[in-house]
Design a protein around this ligand. Structure first.
Ligand SMILES: [Zn+2]
Length: 102
């Protein structure tokens, strides 16, 4: 179980902090999970981001969900990896307030 605080992956301006390497890969993944879980206008058929654990061999989208106590949780049905993300509110990837008007 990956328990992550999204703010730990952000820099002063709210952008993803890590430039490269495994930390960046995880940061990209977490941001995509938050965007997927909080986009209430998203059609059901839009799949979650690919599991960062098993994407090399056999890319599978993870399931994402927003819990009643406001955690974003995700789970990969292929490899069983799951995680919980806190402090995602008001980040660039928080879409829960609706999409910006075009
Ligand atoms: Zn996986």
């Amino acid at each position: 179980m990956y328990v992550c605080d999204l703010t730990h992956f952000l820099d002063d301006r709210g952008a993803l902090g890590p430039d490269r390497g495994p930390a960046r890969k995880l940061a990209d993944f977490l941001a995509a999970v938050v965007a997927h879980a909080t986009d209430f206008e998203r059609p059901d058929e839009v799949q979650g981001p690919l599991c960062f654990k098993c994407r090399k061999r056999d890319a599978r989208p993870v399931e994402t969900m927003l819990t009643v106590d406001d955690f974003v949780v995700w789970r990969c049905l292929a490899c069983g990896t799951e995680g919980q993300i806190s402090n995602w509110q008001d980040s660039f990837w928080d879409l829960s307030a609706g999409r910006p008007d075009a």
